[in-house]
Design a protein around this ligand. Structure first.
Ligand code: SAM
Length: 257
């Protein structure tokens, strides 16, 4: 997938509230090795390195485009690396991930895998968007179905109706308990974003949800796809203001030890 850092950061302010909440949920412990999974352009990885000055902090991402903007300067413990979250190596005592794990399937299996890389006493802290039931996503899946031939039948979550891998807070809590986690906190919160009409909503999704579709389409089909999606958004939100009730799930847990 080809990410566009400029497009993603057009809504930086709206996307910063949930990560502030996630940061506040991290217990103040003397972490030695920290990893930011799906770090993107690395601002939150830097914030972690500034907060945990004695730690070695790794920002891991699979996107060359995003990593090209990551800045490790002035912080000796901070580094960035290209790789897949599924191939994570090493052991960590803080595993952090903001708005990235929703791109990976089967979260019970994924968390079990990450848990193995967490040292005893370590903390896992995750935020994922849980917005898949929102009309903006339903209409995106509808558009993908219309373009099934061009997309080779691809939809974001691999099924015709687009089921999401993201679980409820209660389900995450149960998975973490099964793994032996303690001090489990799991919650969901609405972070509203007010956008200027259907075009504003399109601009928001361009930075994230549209990425896997546009990455698979050529320029012409991509433009047709965007126009067909925008038509649907305009029918659903004909006015000049869209109140986008964006739901996210946040959770933290500690491994005993
Ligand atoms: C929405 S961005 C979030 C970036 C950053 N964490 C933030 O909060 O600004 C999602 C990031 O996850 C990365 N990503 C998605 N799947 C990945 C995978 N399997 N392995 C590594 N990175 C992945 C993407 O490349 C992208 O940079």
């Amino acid at each position: 997938m080809t990410w566009n850092p400029e497009q993603y950061h057009r809504h930086r302010e709206a996307r910063s509230a949930p990560v502030r909440d996630l940061m506040a949920m991290i217990p103040a412990l003397p972490y030695r090795d920290v990893v930011d999974l799906g770090c993107g352009t690395g601002e939150h990885t830097r914030a972690l390195a500034e907060r945990f000055r004695d730690a070695q902090v790794l920002g891991l991402d699979s996107s060359t485009e995003m990593l090209a903007q990551a800045d490790a300067s002035g912080l000796p413990g901070l580094r960035f690396g290209r790789g897949d979250i599924l191939d994570l190596a090493g052991d960590y005592d803080l595993m952090f991930s903001n708005a990235a794990l929703q791109w990976l399937p089967d979260h019970p299996a994924l968390l079990a895998r990450l848990w193995e890389r967490l040292r005893p006493g370590g903390v896992l802290a995750v935020q994922v968007p849980a917005n898949h039931d929102h009309d903006s996503h339903r209409l995106l899946t509808e558009t993908a179905n219309e373009f099934a031939a061009e997309l080779g039948g691809f939809t974001r979550f691999g099924t015709a109706h687009g089921a999401s891998p993201v679980l409820t807070p209660a389900q995450y809590a149960e998975v973490l308990d099964e793994l032996g986690g303690v001090e489990i906190v799991a919650l969901s919160r609405v972070y509203p974003v007010v956008l200027p009409g259907a075009e504003g909503l399109l601009d928001w999704t361009r930075g994230t949800a549209l990425v896997p579709y546009l990455s698979r389409l050529g320029e012409r089909d991509g433009e047709r796809f965007v126009a067909a999606y925008l038509d649907r958004l305009r029918s659903r939100w004909p006015g000049e203001r869209v109140y986008y009730a964006f739901t996210r799930v946040l959770f933290t847990a500690r491994k005993p030890g």
